[in-house]
Design a protein around this ligand. Structure first.
Ligand SMILES: [Zn+2]
Length: 247
């Protein structure tokens, strides 16, 4: 065995250790929540198809897209019975991120007025009452960036100053809103975002959102955003004071 110069080893060892042990970041663990459940399936699409079915399809595609990026996922799905929003994250409190998948409607008065085709686009929500609001916002922004890059456009409906909406934009170009009281977000012990992938009450948008090609593209974009944000976790979290709106 050749002799090793101790001074050289003192110099080389930290470098060798950093090479061996830094490696790729550990796989992230993402909770993928298909919003609502079979008993209370959420909104109803223009065709009569329930929101839960859209959520389930996109959540399944998102789990596959995250797995393709090397991330671990746990699916949250109401099978036979709905899971209360406040308990969605209960089975895996150690997860790094919760992504709750939904599809949007609009208030009944707009639908009654025949205005459903006016509503389109995605929205992303975070809650300042979540355990990790800064990290939630960072992940929401990464997801918004990837959705924009994938050709999606944010909706501005939820920011309208009308009763039942009025959820202010934190980041308008990326479609990120603040909605503190969303139970699935505020009760999650990990960073959490809720994605309304599009508006199923709009007949054209519903058709588009039901296509396999759209589902796969949305899933890839959301997965890439979540993955990028979790790889970024060593970076400083955004300042909560930068979040506008009500507490
Ligand atoms: Zn929903």
């Amino acid at each position: 065995m050749p002799a090793t110069h101790p001074g050289l080893m003192r110099f080389l060892l930290p470098a060798l250790l950093s090479l061996c042990c830094a490696g790729p970041a550990r796989a992230a663990h993402v909770l993928v929540d298909a919003g609502h459940g079979p008993e209370q399936p959420g909104a109803t699409g223009a065709s009569g198809r329930a929101e839960y079915l859209y959520n389930r399809d996109l959540a399944a595609a998102l789990a596959r897209a995250l797995a393709a990026l090397g991330d671990r996922t746990t699916r949250i799905e109401g099978i036979g019975v709905d899971i209360p929003a406040a308990r969605r994250a209960a089975d895996a409190p150690e997860a790094d991120l919760l992504v709750s998948i939904h599809h949007d409607s609009a208030q009944a008065r707009f639908l009654a007025a025949g205005r459903q085709s006016e509503f389109a686009g995605y929205s992303i929500f975070v809650s300042a009452l979540n355990a990790r609001p800064g990290r939630s916002l960072a992940c929401a922004r990464r997801i918004g960036e990837r959705l924009r890059s994938a050709g999606e456009r944010p909706s501005d409906y939820h920011a309208e100053p009308v009763e039942g909406e009025n959820h202010p934009f934190i980041d308008r170009p990326l479609g990120v809103h603040r909605y503190d009281d969303l139970a699935v977000l505020r009760h999650a012990p990990m960073p959490a975002v809720l994605v309304e992938a599009g508006v199923i009450i709009n007949p054209e948008e519903e058709l588009r959102l039901g296509r396999q090609e759209t589902i796969a593209r949305l899933a890839r974009a959301i997965a890439q955003g979540a993955h990028a944000c979790l790889e970024d976790r060593r970076h400083q979290e955004p300042d909560l004071a930068a979040m506008p709106g009500r507490f």
